[in-house]
Structures are given as structure tokens and as C-alpha cells.
Design a protein. Structure first.
Ligand SMILES: Nc1nc2c(ncn2[C@@H]2O[C@H](COP(=O)(O)OP(=O)(O)OP(=O)(O)O)[C@@H](O)[C@H]2O)c(=O)[nH]1
Length: 525
């Protein structure tokens, strides 16, 4: 089996120790950078998702609240409108009953005027009460004044009752009252003779201002509107107020068409109005064909929410920016640490190489590349201790080049060095086991330690080395044999302790002396 030289053996041993230390230090590097980046991105994403969800939730809540408020308001206004029409109609019903019961001929017009004036005192929504005969002539009114010569047959409500047998209440388009000069809503009923023919009209007028003052106090946002409409699309009132709008028919507008489709039911929804999304709330209470519609610009309703969303969005962006900066800082520090670690490792590798070289130099003989005396002493103590513990035989060979002084003198010191190298090679090649160890003892002297070897084994190794060197036939003119040879002294025993190695060496040295005495180029024990 081929054995490694002393230098290779020593390097292998030092390398094994360093690799083990390196593995312990850097074997388990954690992916800190990837974990930091993932954590920062996850935190940003979580913050964004939570904020978006909260904002959408808050928006839905804001719209729901606005719809509830719009619904409540439209219901309240519709209730108020219904009760005012109801009041006017109740008065008209009683007037018509009275006139038809008493007949035109017996009718006491003065008493009728007094009755109408009394009723007016308790009805703040009404502008006036009027009775006309079948030609439109003013018979009685609630103002207490007489208007002989006036005629209202030109009014639309008069023409309606004259030509329609409808006995129900009629609500007409807004008009300017002839006695008050103010905008009023005409509410009227037909009066008939006992034979069913047209006898005249009873009229109650409701002041537009009665509603307008209330509607204008509502806070419906910048583009909010209140519409009071008849079911045929006639606009009775619009707030904000515009006199030009009164009486206009809006039956073809999308908002009105939607209400018509829904059967003028009380309902709140979102619809397009003037190209913008609006919260539209429609309410109709009672039997009168009058509805209230509330329109609120959805953007205006969401103004407060938008403001909060902008604030929260800015805060989120700042938070994300902060997290990203923090993450970048951590990643930079990790990079820096890795760079420093890399430099540290490279420095360490250089140091290890230098250490190995130093250790090699400390234990290896520079000329022969065998172990030096220092290492031999450590190895001897170690092997003697082991042999003593195991009760095993340990052999030691002492080798000395014959007539080497003469060799140096004849061939020169440099040639002597080369020959010492050749002798070292022969010794190294003569060793068979991995535990066998050769060292330069000093000058031209060498020592070999053979663990688990008895005297017979030691002799075998000694002779192998001696014969091998002689066979190399290195010329030595001043030696009786003519070639370079060695004398070998040997000893084998079970050492008593780790210190027992020194006894073996002394005995081997004594044996070497005997080999020299015996004529050199031989081994002795
Ligand atoms: N070239 C060379 N010579 C060395 C070295 N170390 C010791 N020597 C020489 O080896 C010689 C040893 O001579 P001696 O101790 O008298 O022994 P010897 O001449 O070999 O005679 P014997 O041992 O009795 O056969 C000395 O001349 C030393 O100078 C070395 O490293 N290189």
C-alpha cells in the first residue's frame, strides 16, 4: 500500500480540523434577506387590504345612512303634503254638500261667506276658499270682500269640472291667485244641480310658500332637490324654487319614468340625474295623486367619506414608505454583514493556509521532508502511551549513515544533502503500515517508530531499508563497500508508560553502536 509522506499526512490532519470548525460556524446560514423582504411586502399588502376593506365598508355605511335619511325626509314631506290636501279637500266636501243640499236658490251667501272665513282662520296652509256658479261668476269667498263682476271661467280647473262628471277632488297646476297675487295650488270639486248638471266649482287654494319655506330649510347638500309632482308629471313645486319651473311637465325625465315604472311606490334608490349618480327617494302618502321626490348628489353625500379616505390613503402611503425604507435598511445591513463575512472568510482562508504552512514548517524537516525531531518526540510519547495502554509491543529503529563525514569531505556538503534526501526516501519507502513513522533525529541520524511491532517485525523493516539503500548504489569511494550504507539499531518492547518510549530509544541507540562496531551496513538489536 502506498503511504503518504509526512507533509501530506500533516496537511490532511490540519485540513480535517479546519473543515470541521468551518462547518460548525457557517454550515447553517439562514435566508435573512428573503425573509425580511417577504415580511415587509406582506405587511404592506396587509395594511393596504385592511384599509381598502375599511374604506369600502365606511362608504357603504355612509350611503346606507344617507338613503335612510332621504327616505325618512321624503316620507315626512309626503305626509305633510297629504294632510294639507286632505284638509283643503275636507273643507271642499263640506262646502259642496252644503250648497247641493240647500240649492242655489235658497242659499244664504252671506252665511256661506262667514262659514268660509271661519274655516280659513284654522287652516294656515290655505290661501283662500272660493265658490263659482256655472258661468264662472264669483258667488262667495273667504276674504270677506265682494268681487262682483269677476269671472273665473277661464281657469283650467273650471273648464275641467265643467266638462267632466268626475266628482272627485281635482288638483291643478300652480297658478297666481287673483286676490292674493301669490303662487297657489288649486284644489277643487264640481258642484251639481239635483239633476246632475253642472252648477259650479268649489275651490281651495294652498299657498306654495307653505311648502317652500319648509323645503328650503332642509340640508340636502349643494345639488339637492325636492320635487312635488302630480302623477301625470306636472311639477307642483321644486326646491330650490324657480317660478319658471312651476307647472312644467317632467313626465319624460328618467327620474319620473323610474317612479312611474315602480308605480309611484315609496322607495329609495340610486339613479342618473343630469348625468350624475343621485340618491332618489320617492314617497306618496294617501289617496291624492301627489308625490314627493328627494334628489341628493351621491358625490356630495360622500364628500366627508372622501376626505377621510384621502387622509387614510396618505397615512397608508406614508406607512408603506416607512416600511419599505426600514426593509431596505435591514437588507442593506444584511448585505453588509454578508460582505464582511465574505471578507472574513477569505481572510480566514489565507490565515489557515499560512497556519498550515507554519505548522508544516514546525513539524517537518526542511531537507528530507520527514518529520523533525520535535514531532518525533510528540509521536513517540503518543505511541508509547497507546502501546502501554493496549499492552502492545512498540519497536524503535535508530539509523545512522556510515562514514558520512568522509562522504562530505570527498563529495562536498551539497552532495551530502542530496544523499541524506535519498536515504530519507529509502527509509520512507521501507515503511508499510499507515501508523509507521520516520523522522530525522538530527544530522545523518534517523529514527523510525513502528507501533504494534515486535523485534522480528522490526528487523524485517530494518533490513528492507538497509538493503534498499544499498541497492541504490550511491557511490562512496571512502567506504569499504564503495556505496552509501546505513547501520541500524533496533529495540521492541511493551512500554511501561508514555515516558517508556525514551528507554526504547536508548536501547535502540545502544544497538546502533553495536551495529557500527560489528562493521556497519547491518542491523543489530
Ligand atoms: N551534508 C550534510 N552533512 C551533515 C549533515 N548533518 C550532519 N552531517 C555530517 O555528518 C557527519 C557525521 O560524522 P560522524 O558523526 O563522525 O560519523 P560518520 O562519519 O558517519 O562515521 P560513522 O557514523 O562512525 O560511520 C559530520 O561530518 C556532519 O557534518 C547535513 O545535514 N548535511
Amino acid at each position: 500500500m502506498k503511504r503518504d509522506g509526512a507533509v501530506a499526512l500533516l496537511r490532511k490532519e490540519l485540513g480535517r480540523k479546519e473543515n470541521a470548525r468551518f462547518g460548525r460556524l457557517y454550515g447553517k446560514r439562514r435566508p435573512v434577506k428573503a425573509a425580511t423582504i417577504s415580511l415587509v411586502l406582506l405587511a404592506c399588502l396587509a395594511a393596504a387590504v385592511i384599509l381598502v376593506w375599511s374604506l369600502l365598508h365606511a362608504r357603504a355605511l355612509e350611503l346606507a345612512n344617507a338613503r335612510i335619511a332621504a327616505s325618512n325626509t321624503s316620507l315626512t314631506l309626503a305626509t305633510q303634503a297629504n294632510s294639507s290636501f286632505n284638509v283643503a279637500d275636507t273643507v271642499l266636501v263640506s262646502l259642496v254638500d252644503k250648497i247641493e243640499a240647500e240649492g242655489w236658490s235658497e242659499l244664504n251667501v252671506d252665511r256661506l261667506r262667514t262659514l268660509m272665513a271661519k274655516q280659513m282662520a284654522h287652516l294656515p296652509a290655505l290661501q283662500g276658499l272660493f265658490v263659482y256658479d256655472d258661468t264662472g261668476r264669483w258667488i262667495a269667498n273667504s276674504s270677506g270682500r265682494k268681487f262682483d263682476g269677476r269671472n273665473n271661467s277661464d281657469r283650467a280647473y273650471f273648464q275641467y269640472h265643467k266638462h267632466s262628471r268626475d266628482r272627485g277632488v281635482h288638483i291643478g297646476s300652480p297658478i297666481i291667485g287673483r286676490t292674493s297675487g301669490a303662487w297657489v295650488l288649486p284644489v277643487s270639486r264640481r258642484i251639481e244641480h239635483p239633476n246632475g248638471s253642472f252648477a259650479g266649482v268649489a275651490l281651495a287654494t294652498i299657498r306654495i310658500d307653505f311648502y317652500r319655506k319648509i323645503y328650503e330649510r332642509l340640508d340636502l347638500g349643494p345639488d339637492g332637490e325636492v320635487l312635488m309632482t302630480l302623477n301625470d308629471g306636472t311639477l307642483l313645486l321644486r326646491s330650490p324654487f324657480d317660478a319658471r319651473e312651476l307647472g312644467r311637465n317632467i313626465a319624460s325625465s328618467p327620474v319620473f319614468l323610474q317612479q312611474a315604472r315602480q308605480g309611484f311606490a315609496t322607495r329609495t334608490s340610486v339613479a342618473e340625474h343630469d348625468g350624475e349618480a343621485h340618491i332618489v327617494s320617492h314617497a306618496r302618502i294617501g289617496a291624492y295623486p301627489v308625490g314627493i321626490t328627494l334628489l341628493q348628489d351621491q358625490d356630495a353625500v360622500l364628500a366627508g367619506w372622501r376626505h377621510s379616505a384621502m387622509f387614510a390613503g396618505t397615512a397608508l402611503l406614508l406607512l408603506i414608505a416607512g416600511l419599505l425604507l426600514l426593509g431596505r435598511r435591514v437588507v442593506r445591513q444584511v448585505n453588509l454583514r454578508e460582505q464582511l463575512e465574505g471578507e472574513l472568510l477569505s481572510t480566514k482562508a489565507h490565515l489557515e493556509t499560512a497556519n498550515t504552512a507554519l505548522s508544516t514548517m514546525a513539524y517537518i524537516d526542511g531537507l528530507t521532508e520527514l518529520f523533525n525531531r520535535r514531532y518525533y518526540e510528540l509521536a513517540l510519547a503518543r505511541e508509547a502511551g497507546r502501546a502501554s495502554r493496549n499492552g502492545a509491543s512498540l519497536a524503535v529503529l535508530m539509523l545512522d549513515v556510515d562514514f558520512f563525514k568522509k562522504y562530505n569531505d570527498r563529495y562536498g556538503h551539497q552532495a551530502g544533502d542530496s544523499t541524506l534526501k535519498a536515504v530519507a526516501q529509502s527509509i520512507q519507502r521501507g515503511l508499510r503500515r499507515s501508523g509507521d513513522l520516520a523522522a530525522r533525529y538530527g544530522g545523518e541520524e534517523f529514527v523510525v517508530i513502528l507501533p504494534d511491532t515486535d523485534l522480528a517485525g522490526a528487523r524485517e523493516v530494518a533490513e528492507t531499508i538497509r538493503v534498499a539503500l544499498q541497492s541504490r548504489a550511491i557511490p562512496h569511494a571512502d567506504s569499504p563497500l564503495g556505496v552509501v550504507t546505513v547501520s541500524i539499531g533496533m529495540c521492541a518492547a511493551v512500554p511501561a508508560s508514555a515516558e517508556g518510549g525514551a528507554d526504547l530509544v536508548a536501547q535502540a541507540d545502544a544497538a546502533l553502536y553495536r551495529a557500527k562496531e560489528a562493521g556497519r551496513n547491518c542491523s543489530a538489536s
